[in-house]
Design a protein around this ligand. Structure first.
Ligand SMILES: Nc1nc2c(ncn2[C@@H]2O[C@H](COP(=O)(O)OP(=O)(O)OP(=O)(O)O)[C@@H](O)[C@H]2O)c(=O)[nH]1
Ligand SMILES: [Mg+2]
Length: 284
């Protein structure tokens, strides 16, 4: 099974070479191809990017692409996946945050029948080094979706996942930004693909600059949560959805009886009926 590692880089990442080296430590060129998509929005970075591309090809057999004046984490990964030739694809961040030692175990899970294998920080054995409020929000995001849908992945927003390439293509993702990982995971589950998870350690960026803008991303992520919850509601939600109207009806009936209105209406009806019967007798 051949792997395609997809690395998005915005302008320049000082830890890119080390990221690629770590990938080559776990997979040879026969086992995996490495595709890098540089989005260069700052022209002064081209001078650094071009020699680095040549160096990465010579040393690590990495293929790279440059998009000028175009950007988007999701669109860069989708672009890389379109060039991929492997059986599975794995997005890898160039800031050394992903735990590439998990890759062989992910491959085994795919061989055993999984369609998507998530590197999960929020399950036993997984962890975060350098926690920030953003990570806590991502934990809450996955927790809410898992509680309200049937998706079996406790780390929906983490980009570090192995996807069968045909599953990636079948999902036909549209996200251009960081929410691509959530879109792929949620839609794969909705389409009935098997989503599994393995514990992974995630290390927060030590050098360079984060490109993630929280407020801008909230809406992007929200729409995939809504799709997951609407298309795959958790069993307890379905039960509650059916049970709630029955419960409300029962409570309402008890309250109406307790209020005495029913008894009053009953006595009124009895009196009315007996008056009518008496009237009929009188007429005879
Ligand atoms: N090609 C491309 N790569 C991007 C873009 N935005 C981010 N990246 C890359 O995607 C990877 C993750 O980006 P980060 O800025 O670290 O985002 P993050 O990991 O969510 O944020 P931190 O937690 O702060 O590290 C890095 O390798 C970036 O260079 C983009 O618009 N285009
Ligand atoms: Mg990062």
């Amino acid at each position: 099974m051949k792997i395609s590692f997809l690395i998005p880089v915005l302008n320049y990442e000082p830890t890119l070479a080390e990221t690629v080296q770590r990938l080559r430590d776990v997979c040879t060129s026969e086992e995996a191809e490495i595709l890098i998509v540089f989005d260069v929005t700052r022209p002064e970075c081209l001078g650094q990017v071009e020699p680095q591309r040549a160096d990465l090809t010579t040393k690590f057999d990495a293929r790279s692409f440059v998009r000028l004046n175009e950007r988007g984490f999701g669109s860069a990964l989708r672009y890389a996946a379109d060039q991929a030739r492997g059986d599975v694809v794995v997005p890898i961040m160039a800031d050394l945050s992903d735990d590439v030692s998990v890759v062989p175990a992910m491959r085994e899970r795919i061989s055993a029948g999984a369609d998507v294998v998530a590197g999960a920080r929020y399950i036993k054995g997984g962890r975060i080094v350098g926690d920030t409020p953003k990570q806590r929000l991502s934990l809450l995001y996955s927790w809410l979706i898992v509680a309200m849908s049937e998706i079996k992945c406790r780390d929906i927003s983490n980009s570090f996942k192995m996807y069968r390439r045909d599953v990636w293509q079948a999902v036909n993702a549209q996200a251009g930004s960081f929410d691509l990982s959530a879109e792929l995971t949620v839609k794969a589950a909705v389409l009935g693909y098997r989503v599994e998870q393995l514990p992974a350690t995630w290390v927060n960026r030590q050098v360079g600059k984060s490109n993630f803008r929280l407020v801008r991303e909230l809406w992007h992520y929200g729409r995939w949560a809504a799709i997951g919850v609407l298309c795959l509601p958790a069993r307890w939600l379905v039960v509650a959805g059916l049970g709630l109207p029955l419960f409300v009806k029962r409570v309402a009936r008890r309250r109406i009886f307790a209020s005495g209105h029913v008894r009053a209406a009953g006595s009124y009806a009895t009196a009315l009926l007996s008056d009518t019967a008496q009237g009929e007798l009188d007429d005879r």
